[in-house]
Design a protein around this ligand. Structure first.
Ligand code: ZN
Length: 331
């Protein structure tokens, strides 16, 4: 807060009121965002061969490295165990560390705490640690972040607190989310269009993916002020997919247009917003701005409407409308 007010004062003092303010981004608050990418090695791991997962990963990480965007990627290790492809799939994970990024745990099988219950979810969390712990150790790093699948943090407060204590005991910090444009829902359609070489549809998907994220960023910025009193350092949720590999550069440009600069998850979590009272419980997982609002007795209103055609088309294609496809029996 303080540094932002100071920089505004400094900015205004440099430009007397009679001069027009030209630099649009400088009129924004000092916006900061940490990028996180879930469902590694790929949200579509059951559909893509290992070689394509490696190619997708190289493209995605190349852009992020070139643009110096720090990222934590969250892994479901179950997706590694496809017969004949284990080496490729582990290689895709290693690349994250080789490129200078960090890995966190997203449970072994993308298990919902709300659906599975505490004990099964704890076991799945432990099972999800083995390969990433080894890879991190090879890079002299420690496993320190956990992201809840479906953002399901518990359907009652006792379970939620027990799960938090379990994670803390194992050395985890929970990775919250404050910006979420449901990229996974666009990514499923994009993958299908890409495989059919339907470039018109790919363009339409990308256009709506960017437009919806733009609306979500604006809504979340306004919601932040209403709920937190200022715009905290945000945490963006994305998913490992060909949509992101091909188009994350445009999304990063959109964030810059909003005035964001990119920071590490560690830096983001130092914002005191992440210590706000949070008693949210519910069947449906949701972002932390909603957690804080509901904990304050406020009902979040005015969220942008997700494009219905994306959901309708996903149903037609029998794609999951809940984040990632159910694990296939062959794994
Ligand atoms: Zn996920």
């Amino acid at each position: 807060m303080k540094s932002r007010s100071l920089s505004l004062v400094l900015f205004l003092s440099l430009f007397p009121a009679s001069l027009p303010l030209i630099a649009q981004p400088a009129t924004h608050p000092d916006r900061q965002v940490a990028v996180t990418i879930d469902d590694l090695p790929s949200g579509m791991a059951d559909k893509l061969p290992g070689s394509q997962i490696v190619a997708m990963t190289a493209k995605l990480l190349g852009t992020l490295r070139d643009q110096r965007v720090p990222v934590v990627g969250f892994v479901n290790e179950k997706k590694l165990y496809k017969p004949g492809e284990v080496d490729d799939r582990i290689k895709a994970l290693s690349m994250w560390l080789d490129y200078g990024f960090e890995l966190g745990n997203h449970t072994f099988s993308h298990m919902s705490l709300n659906q599975a219950g505490l004990k099964a979810w704890e076991d799945d969390t432990i099972q999800g640690e083995s390969v990433i712990r080894m890879l991190l150790a090879q890079h002299h790093m420690k496993l320190r972040y956990f992201r809840h699948p479906y953002l399901d943090t518990g359907r009652d407060l006792l379970t939620r607190r027990q799960a938090e204590a379990f994670l803390a005991e194992r050395g985890y910090r929970i990775a919250p989310v404050t910006l979420d444009g449901w990229d996974w829902a666009f990514a499923g359609l994009y993958e299908d269009a890409k495989q059919r070489n339907d470039t018109d549809l790919q363009q339409k998907i990308v256009k709506d993916y960017l437009a919806y994220h733009d609306a979500v960023f604006t809504y979340s910025e306004q919601e932040s002020v209403k709920v937190v009193g200022y715009e905290p350092r945000q945490v963006l949720l994305l998913h490992a997919s060909n949509l992101e590999a091909d188009h994350i550069g445009e999304l990063l440009d959109l964030l810059r247009k909003h005035g964001y600069r990119f920071i590490t998850l560690k830096d983001a979590l130092e914002d005191s917003a992440y210590s706000l009272p949070d008693t949210y419980v519910g069947e449906e997982g949701t972002g932390w701005l909603d957690h804080w609002a509901i904990s304050q007795g406020k009902i979040p209103q005015g969220a942008p409407v997700f494009p219905q055609w994306v959901l309708d088309r996903s149903k037609e294609l029998h794609l999951s409308t809940g984040e990632v496809p159910a694990p296939s029996e062959s794994y």
